[in-house]
Design a binder for this molecule. Structure first.
Ligand code: PRX
Length: 565
């Protein structure tokens, strides 16, 4: 149905050599015509599988999976067959276009197969980061109204099915399957299914996945991404990531987060580029070994990971041949000079920063290959994107004035809604035509942007986005805590760590034991990365006139700007 295109089909300047001209002439309608051809209906799963097979890439490796106890390789043909099988299973169990399927499992081939199998039938995926604990899992599955879930036996205890009456079917990809009617073994189901299926043709605006992203003062927002996200991923992965035939691509982000979905597999597969997925935990030597073993040529990762490799020392990373890497990109947190210097020394090339968000769905402001890098700057808007720094009334600010980092509405990868809460979605555009990111930034006279932190108190710890409100609510559930306020404190390795200010309930004393108890309490309820590393006891938590935690005052506390700890 849809016409397959190669990277070289990008309109105009294929390798983006002339930035100014590309910005002047860029037009999303033209890009859409190039990409979709005259196809009235689309489906991203079809696009990354059948379309690649149709252009002769069926026997090319799509996925190298390197797990702790399994190493597997899938060609596009093999992947497609597995995807079709799982798509048939979903249909057999009554899932229909628009129904939601939760994915709560570690990085494994089953995750990618399930994602695309759902997409092929128009079923909407709800990715859940594998480190989420019970409250976080319940919240997201309830809010999205998931009908089915793919998970593993060891993660299943964190899925409170008694609170999830709408969750009819659970597929287990690993471990023993409980003997109940609607808990099924993923592998035996898939093996028995037909490798052929009918693709569900969709509108570009049909939902593909709902990703929960932390906000400052409320529950995580279910950002609704649609199939049209592929248009944005297609051109940015060519222009920003410089993907080419013959590349092996590794994005280290987990598919529980936007980067691991958008660039972890969708973007490279739109170009037929093989992807490495590494299972297990971070391990500096293991990561370097993987670069060597799979001859990774384009590597997308985050400053915290690089800082951990640097900390492991030359005796670790120096053992491996890393010469296959020809392009490095960074995301999620400020790219610091030490990382840039290490990349120059180790790979002989700079690392290109990319700024974007769960909401934007694709890279927005980047250091592009055709532009000089200015250290400390996140770069310039990718062609098609108009970004600005605006004040609180939406007025554009001149160079060197810090304000709200904003992007003009209207690019294809933008989230289209907040699931079940249109008002929250519209709040992003309260200063129309601007999408207000929640980040602070300034611009220089050459149009380069400089990230200056969050405006709103959302915390970024080791590149993971944590909402202070969720952590505060959890802390307040503990009998020793009367009130809580949580903020990000600058940290050399992790960018930020979570610091909690608490007011104790009368009759409770602060102790090391209570600290450990509170840490575990948050860890076991939400996720390990959401647990505060530091605590301070206070008389009260500063509040705004409408009773919300005063994020600015807390920020002052963590930065010790006149506050006392
Ligand atoms: O504060 C910015 C930071 O990460 C936030 C978005 O987080 P999330 O939705 O989880 O998406 C992460 C990756 C797309 C932003 O509001 N951020 C993202 N990229 C950068 C960054 N901070 C500094 N430099 C970046 N390149």
């Amino acid at each position: 149905m849809s016409k397959a295109k190669r990277i070289s089909a990008l309109p105009g300047d294929h390798n983006l050599q002339n930035y100014d001209q590309a910005c002047r002439t860029f037009n999303f309608e033209e890009l859409a015509r190039e990409f979709y051809g005259d196809a009235a209906w689309v489906n991203v799963a079809h696009r990354v599988l059948e379309d690649n097979i149709a252009r002769g890439l069926g026997d090319r490796v799509a996925l190298y999976f390197d797990g702790d106890d399994r190493q597997e390789t899938y060609t596009f043909n093999q992947l497609n067959q597995q995807v079709n099988r799982f798509a048939n299973i979903l249909e057999k169990h009554g899932l229909q276009r628009g129904d939601r399927l939760g994915l709560f499992l570690p990085r494994s081939p089953e995750l990618y197969i399930s994602f695309l199998g759902a997409a092929k039938k128009g079923v909407v995926v709800v990715p859940l980061f594998e480190a989420f604990m019970e409250d976080a899992v319940r919240e997201r599955l309830q809010d999205s109204g998931a009908r089915a879930l793919v998970t593993t036996a060891d993660l299943l205890p964190r899925v409170p099915r008694q609170h999830l009456p709408g969750l009819k079917t659970v597929f287990i990809t690993r471990g023993a399957v409980a003997d109940t009617d609607n808990t099924l073994d993923w592998h035996s189901e898939v093996t028995a299914a037909s490798p052929v299926t009918r693709c569900c043709w969709l509108n570009r605006e049909d939902p593909l996945f709902i990703l929960y992203a932390a906000g400052a003062d409320g529950r995580p927002k279910g950002l609704v991404h649609v199939h049209d996200i592929m248009l944005g991923l297609w051109y940015t992965s060519a222009w920003v990531h410089d993907l080419k035939d013959g590349d092996v691509y590794w994005c280290t982000a987990d598919p529980g987060w936007i980067t691991g979905i958008a660039y972890g597999f969708l973007a490279p597969w739109l170009h037929g580029v093989p992807v490495l997925v590494k299972g297990g935990r971070f391990d500096a030597a293991g990561w370097c070994r993987a670069l060597e073993k799979y001859k990774v040529s384009v590597w997308y990762s985050a400053p915290t990971a690089w800082r951990m490799i640097i900390a492991a020392g030359r005796e670790v990373y120096g053992q491996y041949d890393l010469s296959s890497v020809r392009h490095l990109l960074s995301v999620g947190e400020p790219l610091t000079g030490d990382v840039m210097q290490w990349c120059m020394e180790t790979f002989g090339i700079p690392v290109y920063d990319t700024w974007w968000m769960s909401e934007t769905g694709m890279n927005m402001i980047c250091n592009l290959r055709c532009l000089d890098i200015k250290l400390g700057s996140i770069g310039r808007p990718v062609p098609g994107i108009k970004a600005a720094v605006v004040d609180d009334s939406g007025k554009e600010l001149p160079p060197y004035h810090v304000g709200n980092l904003a992007v003009q509405r209207g690019w294809p990868a933008m989230a289209r809604d907040v699931w079940g809460d249109r008002a929250k979605y519209e709040a992003y555009f309260k200063l129309a035509p601007w999408f207000i990111s929640g980040d602070a930034a300034y611009m220089d006279e050459d149009g380069y942007f400089y990230f200056q932190g969050r405006v709103d108190g959302v915390i970024n710890t080791a590149g993971e986005r944590v909402g202070p409100w969720e952590v505060e609510e959890k802390l307040k559930e503990h009998p020793a805590v009367l009130d809580a306020g949580v903020a990000g404190k600058p940290d050399k390795i992790r960018g930020e760590i979570i610091k909690a200010y608490i007011v104790l309930q009368p009759g409770h004393q602060w102790s090391q034991q209570l600290k450990e108890e509170l840490r575990s309490f948050v860890k076991n309820g939400l996720a390990a990365h959401a647990a505060p590393r530091e605590f301070a006891v206070k008389e009260n938590i500063p509040k705004t006139p409408d009773g919300q935690v005063d994020r600015k005052a807390l920020r002052g506390w963590v930065l010790e700007l006149g506050g006392v700890d």
